[in-house]
Design a protein around this ligand. Structure first.
Ligand code: PLP
Length: 408
């Protein structure tokens, strides 16, 4: 029966889902907003402010003009998957069949979410080395998986093999690895990866390795993919993407390489989550993955120069840090700086969050509070993360501003 025109209904209040309650909005993205609002130099979110190589940009424009604008095959455009498989064999030493073992995703973020959803059931445990890139924990929570943290101990950010062993149990399904590491700049060594691999083999656990910074390491260090170690090919999901290596974080193209039985599950999630990654940027990705070795050498050399500018500025301001071995971040110690804490703090803020407010508004540099990379918010509260994926002029302007920091 249709309601009478002037009939009055009572409205029932909404019941909101609890799924997102255990986590907050991304602090990193919030810091970028704070930085923009304060007019500061953005050394917070890890996005380059320089362009991708012209041939990569041209390939994307050509693809759009030539009509490459519709859905691709859900698991990725075949030639792009071929290029990823070729790179995986050559650079990561992991042979992969592009037909059945490569999935192209909307960024590394989606590859990680799809993998966790595909390879865990609610209540399963996922080991996460702490500090961690901030998506891992919300991803686990959204999947109903339980994160179990193992510390990478300061000052060297190394894990204790006994503590890692103790974290494995019969509910453990995955261990999340990230090398080179955000936020600490660690590059995991062969022996550290061996420890992780042997525990994965012993306990029937899959290693999910986020290698988005695989081409950025310093001082002669080499990138090692855990999936290339003995016995690990079939129990590793190796994830990377275009964003950081080719300065195209807004293109949202990533991939997951994994043995067929794992890929089959990941593809099901990916298909329903996003259907496919952007078509023209996959076309451009083929050009990116075929850039000569000199591109990577040049990129690393430029990062070394940017790192020097930042570290010199931190030295001058009296901040302590561990020199990054890879990626483009530094966790710096803010404990011995003098600043007006009372002026900036708010009741719910940790010390580092208040410092982030101060440094953005008074010094003019946006950073990320260290505690946002930890499960226990009392950890990391004397640290902030700087990123140096910036044009030299941006780095120099940040360095000039950082000179205004005062030692305690
Ligand atoms: C370790 C790590 N993984 C994943 C991402 C996100 O990757 P994407 O932009 O490809 O989703 C980032 C971005 O900063 C990162 O640092």
């Amino acid at each position: 029966m249709p309601a009478a025109k002037d009939e009055v209904y009572s409205t029932r209040s909404l019941t909101l889902a609890r799924r997102t309650q255990p986590f907050q909005e991304s602090v990193i993205r919030e810091m970028t907003r704070l930085g923009d609002e304060a007019g500061s130099v953005n050394l917070s979110q890890g996005l380059p402010d320089f362009d991708s190589p012209p041939e990569v940009i041209a390939a994307a424009l050509d693809a759009i003009r030539s009509g490459d604008n519709q859905y691709t095959f859900p698991f990725g455009e075949p030639n792009f998957r071929n290029a990823i498989a070729e790179k995986s064999a050559r650079y990561n030493h992991i042979p992969a069949d592009p037909e059945t073992e490569v999935t192209v995703t909307c960024g590394v973020s989606e590859a990680i979410m799809s993998t966790i959803l595909a390879l865990t059931d609610p209540g399963d445990e996922v080991i996460i080395l702490e500090p961690w890139y901030e998506n891992y924990v919300p991803d686990c929570r959204m999947a109903g998986a339980v994160p179990r943290f193992v510390s990478m101990h300061e000052p060297d950010y190394t894990f204790d093999p006994q503590e890692l062993r103790a974290a494995f149990n019969n509910r453990t399904r995955l261990i999340m690895i990230n090398t080179p590491h955000n936020p600490t700049g660690r590059v995991l060594t062969h022996s550290e990866l061996d420890v992780i691999a042997s525990l994965c083999l012993e306990h029937g656990v899959v290693a999910v390795t986020d290698e988005i910074y695989e081409h950025i390491q310093y001082d002669g260090r080499k990138h090692i993919s855990i999936g290339s170690l003995d016995g690990m090919r079939d129990r590793t999901v190796t994830i990377s993407g275009l964003g950081k290596s080719y300065a195209v974080t807004g293109w949202r193209v990533g991939w997951a390489v994994a043995a067929e039985p794992l890929t089959a599950l990941i593809r099901k999630v990916h298909d329903y989550l996003t259907v496919c990654a952007p078509a023209p940027f996959q076309a451009a990705g083929i050009v990116a993955l075929n850039l000569p070795e000199s591109y990577y050498q040049d990129m690393r050399a430029q990062y070394v120069t940017r790192r020097t500018v930042l570290l010199n500025a931190l030295d001058e301001s009296g901040m302590l840090y561990r020199q990054p071995e890879g990626a483009y971040y530094v966790m710096a110690d803010i404990a011995n700086l003098r600043w007006d804490h009372a002026k900036y703090t708010q009741p719910e803020w940790t010390f580092d969050r208040a410092f982030a407010e101060y440094i953005a508004r008074d010094i003019g540099v946006a950073v990320v509070p260290g505690s946002s990379f930890y499960s226990r918010k009392e950890s990391g509260t004397t640290r902030v993360r700087f990123n140096f994926a910036k044009h030299m002029s941006t780095m120099e302007s940040a360095a000039k501003r950082l000179k205004c920091l005062v030692k305690a």
